[in-house]
Design a protein around this ligand. Structure first.
Ligand code: SAM
Ligand code: 2KA
Ligand code: SF4
Ligand code: MG
Length: 208
């Protein structure tokens, strides 16, 4: 099959990097996980901490069997698919293969593209820069809003009414503005106890 056709089918995917680390953010923070970072993103967040991922063409296109083989080299059985924006691709074949190999599958997504894949946990981090696709709201397990500006609290509430009742609600300071916003995040969570704080703990630990 031609590469382009295989990428469209989701049987080959552009891989920026893959690494075994500790999930630093959100509900699974502290859990060992194999990260699969797919290349390509069209959302364009001004504060994105992985801008190098944006151009899909920069990254090698690999068969999903090879990607899963990489994950099998480590003892942990939690995989986090991230990017870039992973939902730019059809994730059905990759997640099916991961599950056949005994992995738990989590995703980190902006929700800017139609949902695909078989996931045990969906972390939805909506962005002002590109409106989420409506398919994300019924599947999000965690709503993780990055706080970069004071208007982001209202932005967070706007999305909180659209996700499922039991969806976890997290506020995460944008890394470079952490010192500026951490106190208002703490105050907000204390007065709106349906929210929790999420920190990028891997950055404090200085691990990938
Ligand atoms: C790099 S993104 C990749 C996945 C997907 N494109 C997304 O945005 O959800 C992974 C996570 O990091 C968060 N993130 C990216 N840059 C950040 C920053 N500078 N500070 C805090 N969180 C950040 C995103 O909101 C997202 O939850
Ligand atoms: N350790 C670690 N945890 C993470 N949680 C979400 C990440 C991401 O970039 O998607 C990330 C990451 O890049 N590293
Ligand atoms: S959607 Fe994710 S990968 Fe894309 S620019 Fe925003 S934070 Fe970066
Ligand atoms: Mg990251």
């Amino acid at each position: 099959m031609e590469k382009k056709t295989a990428v469209a089918a989701g049987t080959m995917l552009p891989l920026m990097e893959a690494f075994y680390t500790i999930q630093g953010e959100g509900t699974f923070s502290g859990t060992p996980a194999y990260f699969i970072r797919l290349g390509g993103c069209d959302v364009g967040c001004v504060w994105c901490d992985v801008k190098a991922s944006w151009e899909a063409a920069k990254w090698p296109v690999l068969p999903i069997e090879e990607i899963v083989e990489g994950a099998l080299q480590y003892p942990g059985r939690l995989v986090v698919i991230t990017g870039g924006e992973p939902l730019m691709y059809n994730l059905d074949p990759l997640t099916r293969l991961l599950k056949e190999n005994g992995f738990t599958t989590n995703i980190e997504t902006s929700g800017a593209h139609p949902f695909s894949g078989d996931f045990d946990w969906v972390c939805f981090s909506p962005k002002k820069f590109k409106t989420p696709h409506p398919s994300i709201y019924a599947v999000a397990d965690e709503l993780k809003v990055v706080v970069f500006h004071k208007s982001d609290f209202d932005f967070a509430e706007k999305h909180a009414v659209l996700v499922r009742e039991n969806c976890r609600k997290l506020l995460q300071p944008e890394w470079s503005k952490s010192d500026l916003f951490i106190n208002s995040i703490i105050d907000y969570v204390k007065s709106h106890p349906n929210w929790k704080v999420s920190l990028q703990t891997h950055k404090f630990m200085e691990i990938p």
